[in-house]
Design a protein around this ligand. Sequence first.
Ligand code: FAD
Ligand code: FES
Length: 242
Amino acid sequence: MYKQNIYKILSNENIAKSVYKMVLQGDTQYITAPGQFINIKLDGKFLRRPISVCDYDESTITIIYKVVGSGTEDMSVMAAGEELDVLTGLGNGYKIADAKAPLLIGGGVGVPPMYNLAKKLIAAGQHPTVILGFNTKDEVFYEDEFKALGADVKVTTADGSYGIKGFVTDAFPDNYDYFYTCGPMPMFKAIENTVKTSGQYSFEERMGCGFGACMGCSCKTKYGNKRICKDGPVLEREEIIW
Ligand SMILES: Cc1cc2nc3c(=O)[nH]c(=O)nc-3n(C[C@H](O)[C@H](O)[C@H](O)COP(=O)(O)OP(=O)(O)OC[C@H]3O[C@@H](n4cnc5c(N)ncnc54)[C@H](O)[C@@H]3O)c2cc1C
Ligand code: FES
């Protein structure tokens, strides 16, 4: 179930190259799982812009977004006190699996949804390892925030300018019993060729309506067609046709 509401911007700060963290104040009761997303209406834009929930509590939602076009550019210059029209409670989100040592892998702007997920897993008594993958040092964000939760954190950069040189798969630990991931498709393919366990992938595909009405995000799975916005964005490894 999703809900449209007006949210007040509490803060909007630049935290890495072209990456911003925005905290919104308002109703959060429709957010029910880590990995869900919100859909933001912007002046002059026909389609809303979907952004993952990084974290939330009783009255605030934290999102982290990268400026890639005019919508996110408009967001980046918004100031505290301004308001946004937002749909919340969108998407299925991650299901918390019964595991001891889950592996969380975020690539670029796939990192944010891992944060609330890591929080929930740690609260459930699990011991996650989090791999944060970026292209270069300037793009790295949230390493300290994940460490502060108590997760084991590894950062990779493709050019070796920070952390482990290479891709997220170069930082895989020897032992993990489940995985969760969000990031770009080439990273997913590398993960799919490397992982040994069950897990869940979150797809940040382009979308139309964002709440299941237009079929614009339909994809084939082993269990029939699914809408990424409503039946996803999280799909289980076993159902995905690559
Ligand atoms: C479920 C979901 C969760 C998302 N979570 C986040 C998040 O937490 N943080 C974040 O920064 N971004 C996230 N995205 C991507 C984000 O929605 C887009 O980057 C944003 O809508 C771009 O808007 P724009 O107007 O700035 O760019 P546009 O002008 O619409 O596009 C600029 C460029 O970016 C490309 N682009 C636009 N949308 C996407 C997309 N979804 N995937 C890949 N390329 C795209 C376009 O093809 C174009 O080249 C998410 C997308 C989905 C579907
Ligand atoms: S975007 Fe409209 S059904 Fe998914």
